[in-house]
Design a protein around this ligand. Structure first.
Ligand SMILES: NC(=O)C1=CN([C@@H]2O[C@H](COP(=O)(O)OP(=O)(O)OC[C@H]3O[C@@H](n4cnc5c(N)ncnc54)[C@H](OP(=O)(O)O)[C@@H]3O)[C@@H](O)[C@H]2O)C=CC1
Ligand SMILES: O=C(O)[C@@H]1CCC=N1
Length: 289
């Protein structure tokens, strides 16, 4: 933990512009690591109501329900997390016009949205961070790709990385790789769930109760990931150790290989990366109309 950055964060005001699952995951990490007091956090959404009441009850943060206006909450923030769906981003960013100080740090988690488009909508000199976290941030096991605009100061970089370290690991990458990061670790948890769903279906068809299959597969996936982490061995080495010549694993992997599982998987990740860039271009088009 970077102590100077942690101390600096505790004096800041942070506003979550968008109060959905990603904002909540980030907020929870920051509060659990005591990076700042809940009174220094505000959260706003579009529809107000029940969701904001829930966040207030769970985390004691300030919301629109406390009486302040959206503009006041945004204007008072040193850091604004942009965390709405890509389709809502252009309108939300436009509403920030005139509310920001030159040093207000914008941290976006919006898939596809480029720093250039954000700078265009906000005014070019704003310090902007483009990030791609994932939902495992909710339990402190997130993996985030981070890219900075030129206006982000060294202190703001340290603050950003301290925040993302509070709920997982991060890698600083060139912005052109953010689409690939989205296809890798942003969407990645869903690939693992999809794979687990298929294993549960197969186990059920083999006669194992779904509940039992669920327990065994969960432990298998957790155990396999922990083996990679704790032994430091490469996945291919660990796979080789499971695969006895002429045995069951080899038989199964031959079926996967005949179905070009690896090629299909590579295509899927390329498609996710391409889709992130397409989503960014859709936002750009909506801005230039
Ligand atoms: N889910 C994931 O796995 C990941 C998502 N992301 C990115 O995170 C972003 C948010 O995703 P997620 O948290 O899942 O989305 P959610 O749908 O859970 O939350 C979106 C939030 O944005 C609010 N919102 C929308 N428009 C406005 C507006 N104009 N002003 C204020 N608030 C607004 C919504 O309010 P209301 O409900 O009232 O409309 C809602 O609170 C997306 O851009 C996504 O690409 C990044 C990494 C992983
Ligand atoms: O599916 C999506 O578009 C978002 C980005 C990464 C994970 N969820």
């Amino acid at each position: 933990m970077n102590t100077a950055a942690s101390n600096a964060i505790s004096d800041l005001h942070v506003c979550f512009y968008g109060a959905g699952s990603m904002s909540e995951a980030i907020l929870r990490g920051m509060l659990q690591k005591k990076l700042l007091a809940p009174q220094r956090v505000s959260m706003l959404n579009r529809s107000g109501g029940e969701r904001l009441a829930e966040l207030k009850r769970l985390y004691n943060v300030t919301t629109l329900l406390d009486g302040g206006s959206k503009e006041e909450l945004l204007r008072g923030a040193d850091i604004i997390f942009l965390a709405m769906k890509p389709k809502d981003a252009a309108e939300a960013l436009t509403q920030l016009n005139g509310l920001l100080s030159p040093g207000t740090l914008i941290i976006s988690v919006i898939a596809g949205l480029s720093i250039e488009t954000m700078a265009f909508l906000l005014g070019a000199s704003q310090p902007i961070v483009r990030c791609m976290p994932n939902t495992s941030s909710t339990i402190g096991l997130g993996a985030t790709g981070i890219s900075y605009s030129a206006a982000v100061s060294q202190e703001q970089r340290e603050i950003t990385e301290t925040i993302f370290s509070s709920f997982g690991i991060h890698a600083v990458v060139e912005e052109k790789l953010q689409g690939a990061i989205t296809g890798l670790s942003g969407s990645g948890p869903a690939y693992v769930y999809y794979f687990m769903e298929a294993m549960i279906d197969a186990a059920s068809q083999l006669g194992i109760e779904r509940e039992t299959a669920h327990r065994l597969i969960l432990q298998t996936v957790t155990g396999a990931a922990e083996m990679v982490r704790l032994t430091g061995e490469k996945p291919e080495e660990l796979r080789r150790k499971v695969t006895s010549p002429g045995g069951t694993t080899q038989a199964a992997i031959e079926v996967l290989s005949d179905g070009d599982w690896s090629g299909t998987f590579i295509k899927a990740m390329f498609r996710a990366a391409e889709r992130a860039d397409e989503m960014g271009r859709d936002i750009e088009r909506s801005v230039s109309k």
